[in-house]
Design a protein around this ligand. Structure first.
Ligand SMILES: CSC[C@H]1O[C@H](OP(=O)(O)O)[C@H](O)[C@@H]1O
Length: 343
C-alpha cells in the first residue's frame, strides 16, 4: 500500500534475483528501513526476531528463505534441513508451513541445478497470489461495510481492529484492513479504533502507521478500552486477521483477540475474521491443538518506543503471543470467496 506516497509491497525479490527485500518493521513508524535478506539463515532470523511478521508475510519471507537455501545447496538434505529450520522460526501462523510446503513441492521433483530458480519463481507466485487473495477479501468486505454503514448513514462507520492485519502483515492490502482501504477509497466514511496491542504494540506502531499513510481516520486506544467503547455503542463491528483458523472454525490470533470477541458478543457487536485460504488449517481439529508461541518476557517487562525502551515493572512476566477465539464467538469469516458463517 502507500509508503511515502507511492504504492509498494511489504516484500519483493532482490534486484539480482537471489535475495528478498523486506521492511524492518521494528523500526516503524519512526524510520523506514529496507533490509535485503541474502541467505536462509537471515530469513529465519528476520522471521524469528519479527523484523517482518504477520501470517501471510511470514509465509512469503520463508518461501524466499527456502529459495535462498536452494541457491546455497540444492540437495534433498539441504531442502529438508532448510524447511525444518524455517518452520521452527515461529510456531503459530499456519501460512509458514503452507508456504514452505508449496515451495518444497515445486522443487523436489527437479534436478538440483534447477531448484533455486524454481523456488524463487514459486515464492514470487505466493506473493502475487497473496495480493489477489487480499484484494478479493477487500471487495467482499467492501460490500459488508456498505451494508453496515447503511444502518447509520449519518455518521462514519466505526470499526475496531486488533493488532496489525494490514499490508504490513501480508504482501499487500492486508486481510482485516483490506475492506477498510477499499471502503475509504470508495467514499464510505470509515473510522478505525486501533487497539495498541500490547506487548509489541503492532496496532499503535504499525496499523496506525498504515492507516495514516492511506489517510484513513483512526484513533489508537488502550487494549482495555475496546469493551467500554462497544458498551457505549461506539463500535459498529470488530474485524481482525488470524494466524490460523482450525477445522472447526476456532480462530488463533494475537493475544487479546479472545477478549475482544467476548466483549463484542456481550454487546451484540458483529465480530468478523478476515482470512485467505492459506490461513485455514483443515489438518488441525480445534484451537486447543494450535501451538501458542511463548515469546520473551522482556517484551512485557519493557516498552519499546521512539529512541529505545523502558522497563515498566520490577517483576517477571509471562508472554503468550496468541490466543484462541472459539468459533461460537465469530459472526462471520471474510474470505476471498466471500463472507461465510462457517469455514
Ligand atoms: C494477516 S495475519 C496478521 C496476524 O499476525 C499477527 O501476529 P504477529 O504480529 O505476531 O506476526 C497478528 O496475530 C495478526 O492478526
Amino acid at each position: 500500500m502507500k509508503l511515502e506516497g507511492t504504492h509498494q509491497r511489504s516484500i519483493r525479490r532482490a534486484a539480482d534475483g537471489r535475495g528478498a527485500c523486506i521492511l524492518d518493521q521494528r523500526e516503524l513508524p519512526w524510520k523506514i528501513v529496507w533490509v535485503e535478506l541474502r541467505s536462509m539463515a537471515e530469513a529465519e532470523r528476520a522471521i524469528r526476531e519479527m523484523w517482518t511478521r504477520g501470517a501471510p508475510l511470514i509465509g512469503a519471507t520463508a518461501a524466499y528463505g527456502l529459495a535462498m537455501a536452494m541457491a546455497e545447496d540444492g540437495s534433498d538434505a539441504a531442502l529438508d534441513a532448510a524447511h525444518a529450520t524455517l518452520l521452527a522460526a515461529r510456531p503459530t501462523a499456519v501460512n509458514l508451513r503452507w508456504a514452505l510446503d508449496k515451495v518444497a513441492e515445486a522443487v523436489r521433483p527437479l534436478p538440483q541445478a534447477e531448484r533455486a530458480a524454481a523456488a524463487f519463481a514459486r515464492a514470487d507466485a505466493i506473493c502475487d497470489e497473496d495480493v489477489e487473495l487480499n484484494r478479493a477479501i477487500g471487495e467482499h468486505g467492501l460490500a459488508l461495510f456498505r451494508t453496515l454503514h447503511a444502518k447509520h448513514p449519518d455518521r462514519p462507520l466505526n470499526i475496531l481492529t486488533h493488532c496489525n492485519a494490514g499490508w504490513l502483515a501480508t504482501v499487500d492490502y492486508g486481510t482485516a484492513t483490506a475492506p477498510i482501504y477499499l471502503a475509504h477509497d470508495a467514499g464510505i466514511p470509515v473510522h478505525v479504533w486501533v487497539d495498541e496491542t500490547r506487548p509489541r504494540n503492532q496496532g499503535a506502531l504499525l496499523t496506525a502507521f498504515e492507516l495514516a499513510g492511506h489517510g484513513v481516520p483512526h484513533t489508537v486506544i488502550a487494549d482495555n478500552a475496546g469493551g467500554h467503547l462497544m458498551m457505549q455503542g461506539q463500535v459498529d463491528a470488530v474485524i481482525v486477521g488470524t494466524d490460523r483458523v482450525t477445522a472447526n472454525g476456532d480462530v488463533c490470533n494475537k493475544i487479546g483477540t479472545y477478549l475482544k470477541a467476548l466483549a463484542a458478543r456481550d454487546n451484540d457487536v458483529p465480530f468478523y475474521v478476515a482470512l485467505p485460504y492459506t490461513t485455514f488449517d483443515a489438518g488441525t481439529a480445534t484451537g486447543a491443538d494450535v501451538p501458542i508461541e511463548e515469546r520473551s518476557p522482556d517484551e512485557v517487562t519493557h516498552v519499546a518506543g521512539e529512541g529505545g525502551s523502558i522497563r515498566v515493572t520490577a517483576s517477571g512476566a509471562a508472554n503468550p503471543a496468541f490466543d484462541v477465539t472459539p468459533a461460537r464467538l465469530v459472526t462471520g469469516y471474510l474470505t476471498e470467496r466471500g463472507l461465510v458463517d462457517r469455514v
